[in-house]
Design a protein around this ligand. Structure first.
Ligand code: DGL
Length: 275
């Protein structure tokens, strides 16, 4: 049987990356796991984030994935290097691709980055951006209320807009900031709202496209691309409520892609209780 690409996130955020993987790699089968029951990860300690991420990874390794995409910035910030070192399959995260995409777009060399507390305080984006371009100016901002809002399916409307406007206030009218990185895979689900608050002069970057194209390159380099003419069905797992996960998946994928997914409940081998 064709081996799948494993995709993990703390919840529904990674669906935005999975969607782009399906678009760019239509012959590849995906196995997705969202740890919705323990979401958000953004405020958790590095130790918890590592432990939860390893539990997700083991779940997918048991299903014989051929590559791992960490479709979560928070998990990428704290576990990418360790997972790349420890696993004998290729592993990528979403931070380097997001940073690369932003550098391609910015003309003013001033980039904003929004993400969870964990991602912002880890300074993973600052390091990634500065490695590519040392003179880049960065305005980072943690947005802790966005992930819980998305997980509840609040993606647009007056309440979402008011919250986004209030949270992003420190970044509005920042001099010469022409690019904003959505440094959390949940945030593309709020993209229209974020764009309307930031205005049309700011280009919004999500790392999905760049991550999917890097996945394609890596599979090719490792001789792991599927060349069979298959129409894969994809298995998606959540540790939380099926109903909300399903609704958000339907919003992200739409038809006909949505009908290629089966969504099931997962139970992980956990060392510790959720909260
Ligand atoms: N999608 C995750 C990220 O990209 C959300 C983190 C969270 O659970 O707080 O960081």
């Amino acid at each position: 049987m064709e081996r799948a690409i494993g995709v993990i996130d703390s919840g529904v955020g990674g669906l935005t990356v999975a969607h782009e993987l399906m678009r760019q790699l239509p012959k590849e089968k995906l196995l997705y796991l969202g740890d919705t029951a323990r979401c958000p990860y953004g405020h958790r300690t590095p130790k918890e984030i590592k432990m939860f991420t390893w539990e997700m990874v083991k779940f997918l390794l048991d299903k014989d994935i051929k590559m791992l995409v960490i479709a979560c910035n928070t998990a990428t910030a704290f576990t990418l290097e360790e997972l790349q070192r420890e696993l004998d399959i290729p592993v990528i995260g979403v931070i380097q691709p997001g940073a690369r995409a932003a550098i391609k777009f910015t003309q003013s060399n001033h980039v904003g980055v929004i993400g969870t507390q964990g991602t912002i305080y880890s300074e993973a984006y600052t390091k990634a951006l500065k490695t590519i371009k040392a003179e880049i100016r960065i305005s980072p901002l943690a947005c802790p209320s966005f992930v819980p809002m998305v997980e509840q399916g609040i993606l647009s409307g007056p309440d979402a807009k008011a919250e986004v406007r209030k949270t992003l206030f420190p970044l509005q009218n920042k001099e010469y900031m022409d690019t904003l990185i959505l440094g959390c895979t949940h945030y593309p689900l709020l993209k229209d709202t974020i764009q309307s608050v930031m205005g049309e002069n700011v280009t919004i970057i999500s790392s999905s496209e760049e991550t999917a194209s890097e996945t394609s390159t890596i599979l090719e380099v490792h001789g792991l691309l599927n060349h069979e003419d298959t129409h894969p069905s994809h298995q998606f797992y959540t540790t939380g409520e099926l109903k909300v996960f399903n609704q958000i998946a339907r919003t992200v994928f739409k038809e006909p892609s949505y009908s290629k997914l089966t969504i099931q409940k997962a139970s992980l081998n956990t060392n510790q209780d959720a909260s």
